[in-house]
Design a protein around this ligand. Structure first.
Ligand SMILES: Cc1cc2nc3c(=O)[nH]c(=O)nc-3n(C[C@H](O)[C@H](O)[C@H](O)COP(=O)(O)O)c2cc1C
Length: 200
């Protein structure tokens, strides 16, 4: 199995320029599937049991996972949180030994677009905090779930790119996805904490 699963969380991909271009480029890659999660869950609700089994199966069929989204208010769109609450809670708390333990070890990469420029992110910049700091909750999620964390792929100034710059960004994304596919992190031992039910 060599399959890259890209879960795209854009509130309205029909109005997207950046994420639409990146997703279109990614879809050209072999062994790569892009799932428009907003189209899958137009109401924004993800059910732990009604939808969770299919979501878990999709994740367990992947060799690596990309979560792609536009940064909104220094975070990810609400649907990604709804997906975490339903799918990861199911996999790591309700069915930790049969689902979570099997997903552990699957590499994870964040692919995010930001409206602001790179210099805005950091002390002295308009947004003060670095992208790495803003990614902390997702990094903590990856750590808890035993998903090896690959350096995120960030496209800055995503709302202001010329057609040429957007084409370059799409090509860079393809390169990043290939690099991610070639990445071989150290195997993750299933730690007792992955199997620990914390009372959900
Ligand atoms: C509600 C909302 C909040 C946003 N918050 C941020 C933000 O915190 N930081 C940032 O750099 N850009 C922010 N943006 C800009 C988006 O990240 C940017 O428009 C998007 O990445 C462009 O991608 P798209 O063409 O696929 O929509 C925000 C946009 C919206 C609509």
């Amino acid at each position: 199995m060599n399959r890259t699963l890209i879960l795209l969380f854009h509130p309205d991909i029909t109005k997207s320029r950046a994420n639409a271009a990146l997703a279109a480029a990614a879809r050209q890659l072999p062994d790569t599937e892009v799932i428009d999660m907003q189209a899958r869950y137009p109401g924004g609700q993800v059910g732990m049991f009604t939808d969770g089994a299919a979501e878990a199966e999709m994740l367990l069929g992947a060799s690596r996972i990309v979560l792609q989204f536009p940064i909104q208010w220094y975070s990810s769109p609400a649907l990604l949180k709804a997906w975490q609450d339903a799918v990861l809670t199911r996999m790591y708390y309700v069915k930790a030994s049969t689902e979570g333990a099997r997903l552990a070890g699957t590499p994870l990469m964040i692919a995010a677009t930001a409206g602001n420029v790179a210099e805005a992110y950091g002390p002295g910049g308009q947004n003060h905090y670095t992208i790495s700091e803003i990614m902390t909750p997702l990094k903590a999620m990856a750590h808890r779930c035993g998903l090896p964390w690959h350096a995120p792929h960030i496209l800055f100034a995503a709302g202001h790119l010329s057609d040429g710059a957007l084409a370059d960004a799409a090509a860079h994304y393809v390169t990043a996805l290939k690099r991610f596919a070639a990445w071989a992190p150290a195997p993750v031992a299933v730690s007792p904490s992955i199997l620990q039910n914390e009372g959900v």
